[in-house]
Write a protein that binds this ligand. Structure first.
Ligand code: EPZ
Length: 423
């Protein structure tokens, strides 16, 4: 069993280069099946979720290779449609359900065990099903398997009752080969939605309006291979921005799209942190004592990302004053706060709101990563706590952060990945 061991108190100084976006790579890798021939995908982050998606594509018959670091080539000429993606795979990777949209669109049928993923409240897929049915598919969820099938998919209007990244993506994937025009309304606007649309269009699809709440897709009959480079990871970048601010450091976060980070940069400025935007970088300078308290409310892009909520709340534990964090996307994304309390944080949770009273400092304690972003929050807590903090369940962190120990060590963090005997 491995744990991260962090000795806190070091200011982070230097440069961190951001990898490709996990939440863009996963739908793009799944969508490469449309090509029926090789697709070369570049700037792919080397993280376990991406490796799992590659494993799932191999399971359905694709040839998946990594010819060089950060590059994945998918050749889907031998993909089989009539195969169920089993629970032991979908339990490990919720995004495996993107294959429902791809296989339904390409072959007229798909079968995927109900998805798993991080647990922070109910994670329904009713809007995905609504999109598939609107396009003419029949959907059943007997025996915890989602079965979708259709003779033909026809373009339709789809109004998503809730802004959903996954449902927007699955609706796009199901619509790209449907006959006629599909209009997705109340669509998610995240950067990874735009990246997927650009990738689909590189393969010959006709997707317009991604990044706005109305996406229009005119179905095409043929799609082809392409070479495509994934956008930088907005949440990885935000995580290191907050880590730099929390440690009182001066860090250049390189290979980013500053526009994607605006809500995070603005919140850090509310806390008195200096953010200097370059063309493809942001510099975080936080050398003037404790950050100011502030109010954070998560919402779909371009609002403050829910995937940054645990990390930012950790910064607020040592801010000067009282802060509030409102989680408005997920039902229950405050489980990690129990771990922060073990380190001396003063937080009261009341429904969708966490009330944080800033303390001078956190102290070390053995903690666990409850999920991917909660794990990132524990790392930030360890970086600022007095003493040595050890973090368990770090496989959850490896799902979404490439080379996190190397990247943090390079800017002065005292962090190591340590193997422990199970006993
Ligand atoms: C994606 O999850 C991300 N995962 C999550 O990031 C992220 O937290 C989330 O979007 C919101 O930005 C990936 O991209 C792989 P949603 P997804 O559908 O698509 C409700 C990470 O750390 N909803 O946008 O599952 C749902 O309950 C992960 O990288 C329905 O009601 O999220 C939630 O309240 C964790 N019905 C809200 O919508 C549906 O059919 C947003 O969920 C679908 C969703």
């Amino acid at each position: 069993m491995e744990r991260f061991v962090i000795r806190g108190g070091n200011k982070l100084n230097g440069k961190i280069t951001i990898s490709g976006a996990k939440n863009a790579a996963l739908p793009i890798i799944a969508a490469s099946v449309f090509a029926g021939e090789p697709c070369r995908i570049e700037n792919v982050p080397e993280i376990s979720d991406v490796r799992m998606m590659g494993k799932i594509l191999r399971y359905i018959g694709a040839e998946v290779t990594m010819p060089e670091p950060g590059v994945m080539v998918v050749d889907s000429k031998n993909v089989k449609a009539d195969i169920t993606i089993p629970d032991e795979m979908t339990r490990k990777l919720r995004a495996s359900y993107y294959l429902l949209g791809v296989l339904l669109s390409k072959y007229g049928c798909a079968s995927v065990a109900l998805p798993g993923g991080c647990y922070f409240g109910v994670r329904p897929i009713d809007q995905h099903i609504k999109a598939f049915e609107a396009l003419g598919a029949t959907v059943s969820t007997d025996n915890a398997i989602v079965d979708v099938k259709c003779d033909e998919l026809y373009g339709s209007s789809i109004y998503l009752d809730v802004v959903s990244v996954g449902a927007t993506i699955n609706a796009m994937l199901a619509a790209v080969k449907a006959k006629g025009l599909t209009v997705i309304e109340n669509a998610a606007r995240e950067p990874h939605i735009v990246d997927l649309a650009n990738f689909l269009n590189s393969m010959g699809a006709d997707v317009r309006g991604a990044g706005t709440e109305v996406i229009k897709i005119r179905g095409v009959s043929e799609m082809h291979g392409c070479t495509y480079s994934i956008i930088p990871d907005q949440i990885e970048a935000g995580t290191y921005m907050v880590a730099a601010a929390a440690t009182g450091g001066d860090v250049l976060i390189d290979n980013v799209i500053p526009k994607h980070l605006e809500s995070i940069s603005n919140k850090l400025e509310d806390c008195g942190v200096t953010v200097i935007e370059g063309d493809e970088s942001v510099r975080i300078i936080s050398e003037g004592g404790r950050p100011r308290a502030c109010r954070v409310k998560t919402s779909p892009h371009p609002g403050f990302p829910t995937d940054m909520q645990p990390q930012f709340a950790t910064l607020l534990t040592i801010c000067d004053g009282n802060s509030t964090v409102v989680e408005d996307v997920w039902d229950n994304r405050f489980k990690y706060i129990d771990q922060l309390r073990r380190m001396g944080a003063n937080i009261i949770v009341n429904g969708d709101t966490a009330l944080i009273t800033g303390v001078d400092s956190l102290h070390s304690a053995p903690v666990e990563a409850d999920d991917l972003r909660a794990g990132a929050a524990m790392i930030i807590a360890g970086l600022i706590a007095n003493g040595e903090t050890s973090i368990g369940n770090i496989k959850l962190i490896d799902r979404g952060y490439e080379n996190i120990v190397e990247k943090l060590t390079a800017v002065g963090a005292d962090i190591a990945r340590v193997s422990f005997d199970e006993d």
